[in-house]
Design a protein around this ligand. Structure first.
Ligand SMILES: [Zn+2]
Length: 280
């Protein structure tokens, strides 16, 4: 189409932040960090390469996702441990905190709950920022690698995409039939994954993650959590995913329990206060 005469002026309109966060309830990071200082590791699980593990974290405890052996990206799902219908909502988390999350950001649950499930209290990659390509770390853009898109684009039958890994892990952890478990798997936090959108075509891109063994992302559980973490078949996601081609490494999840009394004054967040009537 031909540009209208005022195209320049229309493009020059300044953007407005959709969700200013100055009224968003803020976490007490100082309290959480002081509690973390008292915490000791009470459980450790591992996600082998191209597989997923599950873990449970009671409200008021911490979990830490750690890179071991080599650069590796992880796909994280979170559920309310007592109610799988309350799950992580990556889209709203992105709308509130931006395309990538780091220290102080929170992982929000789906409607009608919309409350913080977990708060990031430490991120060893928080120095990375936004690189010259527009890339950043810990992505809430990408959904998860899955066998359906692989089949759509390449006609493949690959079974170790994160979607399938998370499905098998949740089925194992809960005893749910595989396809019932699959329906509970949702869009992820791509831990350690470095992504962005190309400036010229607006396409989603990934690049080799800057994560190195010892790097970690540490989160405070705001409610009782069931988590699942897949060691993505893409490895550091520097080349391709949805295949066995990339070098792939395990990930470790540590659950950390603070000393009794370390969180005095803190209480789990209530479910969202909207009355649910929708005006009917
Ligand atoms: Zn993946």
């Amino acid at each position: 189409m031909t540009e209208p005469a005022d195209a320049r002026a229309r493009r020059a309109v300044a953007p407005v932040i959709c969700y200013p966060t100055d009224t968003l309830p803020q976490p007490d990071l100082a309290l959480f960090r002081a509690a973390l200082d008292t915490a000791r590791i009470t459980d450790t699980v591992g996600a082998p390469p191209r597989e997923a593990c599950t873990f449970r974290v009671p409200a008021g405890q911490f979990f830490r996702i750690v890179s071991v052996d080599g650069p590796q990206v992880g796909d994280l799902n979170l559920w309310n441990a007592g109610d799988l219908s309350e799950r992580f909502y990556s889209g709203k988390t992105r709308a509130l905190h931006g395309t990538h999350v780091s220290t102080g950001d929170r992982l929000w649950s789906c409607f009608p709950h919309l409350r913080p499930m977990a708060t990031i209290v430490a991120d060893s990659l928080d120095w990375y920022g936004i690189d010259d390509f527009g890339g950043a770390v810990h992505d809430v853009i990408g959904t998860r690698c899955d066998p359906y898109t692989g089949n759509l684009l390449s006609g493949t039958q690959y079974h170790h995409c994160c979607h399938s890994n998370l499905t098998r892990a949740l089925a194992r952890a809960t005893g749910l039939p595989l396809h019932t478990a699959e329906a509970q798997v949702h869009d992820v936090l791509n831990v350690f994954m470095c992504t962005g959108f190309t400036r010229d075509t607006g396409q989603y891109f990934m690049k080799a993650s800057p994560v190195r063994p010892g790097d970690h992302l540490t989160l405070f559980a705001e409610i009782d959590l069931l988590g699942a973490l897949s060691a993505c078949p893409g490895g550091d996601c520097g080349a391709e995913h949805s295949s066995d081609t990339a070098p792939c490494f395990p990930l470790r999840v540590e659950v950390l329990t603070p000393e009794p009394g370390a969180l005095d004054g803190w209480a789990p967040p209530a479910r969202n206060g909207y009355d649910g009537s929708h005006g009917a």
